[in-house]
Ligand binder design. Structure first.
Ligand code: SAM
Ligand code: DTB
Ligand code: SF4
Length: 333
């Protein structure tokens, strides 16, 4: 049985199996991933998700990569929670730009049961009414908060593992790997789609990259989305001097994720601005089928909608419809 079939049958995929996939000769790895992609995914379709930073900077955590941590001296414009109307306006613009999903990010350690949470619930309801998939990424979440978000119409929640369990302490000290797994568990139990991945280029080894993929692929269920971020080194953060991740490293990571989690959306996430279209095309060949679009990620720059539209035309890609639109199409046909 191939690793992809093993993965799909939820048979245990060992660390050694994943490492063997990751270490294949590169072109063989990309070909294998492309074959898995063709078998399990709608080829030619790429999900377009747009980020809205609803609360920016001033975060109490010490994540070594993050420009939004209050303790690092970065140039981020700190902003309290946005107004609901402003968020809905940005979401509508994202929809007009071709996005089917909106991901609202808040620079919080955790969600608190206060008036800000009530406002987030209104944002979730509002974006959901735009017939877009609504995602949030707001730090740790309790069981009951996850259920409230689900009731409001939340489709997905992003909570990254970021790196392997072994390397984690080098990057973050203010919360544990187990805290992260618990939030993912709460999201899953509330019936919300799980989005979880990580970052490469933080000084981790190949084994750490594989370790993270191992943990993701051995969750009780595979995440529905797996963002693969290349570190955006930001001045003022402890990781500001890290060298840029090469496309070859991104390709290995994306292709391996595609093979071991055949049904997941693999998102080519942070780092696209520095990648020419030719490099991004290789990533789509290797199994990436989702991007963040719009000229800003959370605080750093990203290609504009118009640039991605031109890239889609050139490569013959089309944006994937929101899940809800698919459901409507199915029920009316
Ligand atoms: N505060 C929440 C949390 O930590 O879960 C949500 C926002 S946080 C910015 C979301 C994710 O963005 C992080 O887990 C990390 O994977 C990614 N991220 C943050 N800064 C980054 C950077 N400089 N380069 C690449 N990815 C980054
Ligand atoms: C994810 O995995 N990457 C996105 C989203 N989930 C929240 C964030 C990338 C942030 C890059 C740095 C910044 O713009 O602040
Ligand atoms: Fe805060 Fe999230 Fe940035 Fe960590 S990644 S410092 S929790 S905003």
């Amino acid at each position: 049985m191939s690793v992809a079939d093993t993965a799909l049958n939820k048979t245990f995929v060992s660390l050694e199996d994943i490492l063997a996939v990751y270490r294949k000769p590169l072109l063989e790895l990309i070909t294998d991933a492309a074959n898995v992609h063709r078998k399990f995914q709608q080829t030619g379709e790429v999900q377009v998700s747009s980020l809205i930073s609803i609360k920016t900077g001033g975060c109490s955590e010490d994540c070594g990569y993050c420009p939004q941590a209050a303790r690092y001296n970065t140039n981020v414009n700190v902003h309290k929670l946005m107004q609901v109307d402003e968020v809905l306006e940005k979401a509508s613009k994202a929809k007009a730009g071709g996005a089917s999903r909106v991901c609202m990010g808040a620079a919080w350690r955790e969600v608190r049961d206060n008036r800000d949470f009530d406002k987030v619930i209104e944002m979730v309801k509002g974006v959901s009414q735009l017939d877009m998939e609504v995602c949030c990424t707001m730090g740790m979440l309790t069981d009951s908060q996850a259920k409230k978000l689900k009731e409001a119409g939340l489709y997905a929640y992003n909570h990254n593992l970021d790196t392997s369990e072994d390397y984690y302490d080098e990057i973050i000290s203010t919360r544990t790997y187990d805290d992260r797994l618990e939030t993912i568990d709460n999201v899953r139990n509330a019936g919300i789609s799980v989005c979880s991945g990580g970052i490469i280029g933080m000084g981790e080894s190949d084994e750490d990259r594989i370790g993270m993929l191992f943990t993701l692929s051995n969750l009780p269920e595979h995440p529905e989305s797996v963002p693969v971020n290349a570190l955006v080194p930001v001045e003022g953060t402890p990781l500001s001097e890290q060298p840029r991740v090469s496309v070859w490293e991104m390709l290995r990571m994306i292709a391996t994720a595609r093979i071991i989690m055949p049904n997941a959306m693999i998102r080519l996430s942070a780092g696209r601005l520095q990648m020419p279209v030719s490099e991004q095309a290789l990533c789509f060949m290797a199994g990436a089928n989702s991007i963040f679009a719009g000229d800003k990620l959370l605080t750093t720059a990203n290609p504009a909608f118009a640039d991605d539209k031109a890239m889609f035309e050139l490569l013959g890609l089309k944006p994937r419809a929101a899940y809800k639109e698919e459901k409507v199409a199915l029920t009316t046909s």
